[in-house]
Design a protein around this ligand. Sequence first.
Ligand code: AMP
Length: 424
Amino acid sequence: MNSAEKDFHSLGVTRQFINAMEDMGYEEPTEIQVKAIPRLLAGQDLIGIAQTGTGKTAAFVVPMLQRLKYASIDIPRAIILEPTKELVIQTESMVRKLMAYTDLRAVAIYGGAAIKSQRQALEDGVDIIVASPGRFMELYLSGHLKTKKLEVLVLDEADRLMDMGFMPQLRSFLEVIPVKRQNMLFSATFGEKVESLSSEFLEFPTRVEVSPQASTADTIEQRLYHLPNFKTKLFFIERLLNAEDMPRVLIFCRTKDRADRVFRFLERKVEGEVRVIHSNKGQNTRINAFRAFQEGEVRVLVATDVSARGIDVALVSHVVNLDIPRTIIDYTHRIGRTGRAKNQGVAISFADPSEMFYIKKIQVLIQMQIPLLKAPKDLEVMDFLPREERELAMELDRQKKLADPTFKGAFHERKSVLKRKGLL
Ligand code: AMP
């Protein structure tokens, strides 16, 4: 027995799944797998507090598959709910790999793709469904998705599922499915909402947790640069991409428009293929870009938070926060895409003066200072985009007002001067 076999075997995993994991290159179980797999195999309900990047998907998929064993009745016995279609696609592909040595059948159910073929797949017979809530409810309410034989229910990224406003609908669904089932809830955070959800739908759950702080610091090298504006950020990322060894880079931008600009600029300026994914792009374009990136054909993928949710690529060498996320938990989601499992990754953040406000909050969240590096002296400071300077001033004012409600704001002063002069 090699060490992978020994480790996974001692957790109770059977041969066909150990083989599948060996094919995927897993050499030893991750922390969440060590903690969750034996409990799930014992049939317990489980709350797992773990972020993407920890190996949590295999932690719940393997015990689920092992319980289902082989294809039997044609209606689903396990459902995994995911907040976005990207996560659905990602998880379903993981399920497929892990069930390679079984005859189990899985189908991905998500919006934005033809419902007809999903309906057909359900009619053909299926054991496992990986679904996003909207399309799932649609098929459930129209009677195409049968739930009376459901044995396993997984709510993955439960914090995000709850944020999406599907809970009232999901609740009505959860109330009518068989009560004798195994429930698993995974979430990056364990706030009040998730806690109350778990107390409603899990029976005497065991809670296992892996700390995000430790894994962030251990496997991801973080760097921060102060840069004055968007164009300077563009020129700096171009320079980094041309100077440093950055084989697989995921760049995050705040908006679709900024993502497009970054894409158009880098496409002409750097070696290797560059692609962009955001919610304006067609479903197929996004899936193709994502696959090509995963397979190493694309060097640089430019994304927004929404479009990248659930992207799971094992060897992202660098995550670049070209813009700092204003929803600060997204910082950990973003940088969780690098330094996956055992690979050291680098997360580089560019902050303009208005973004330092968010950096400070992020540092509280991750309980560490992100090392601040000096931009090279010869990096040219570029002009602001139209309206950019004004927006930056307004944002700084807004932040100062948050800290001090009596603050009138430099921007407003300027506005009143302009008004007086009859210019506004
Ligand atoms: P997840 O947290 O489920 O998104 O998984 C993060 C990444 O780690 C995925 O690329 C998995 O394929 C990979 N992974 C999961 N478990 C292991 C393991 N035991 N050894 C190596 N890689 C793993």
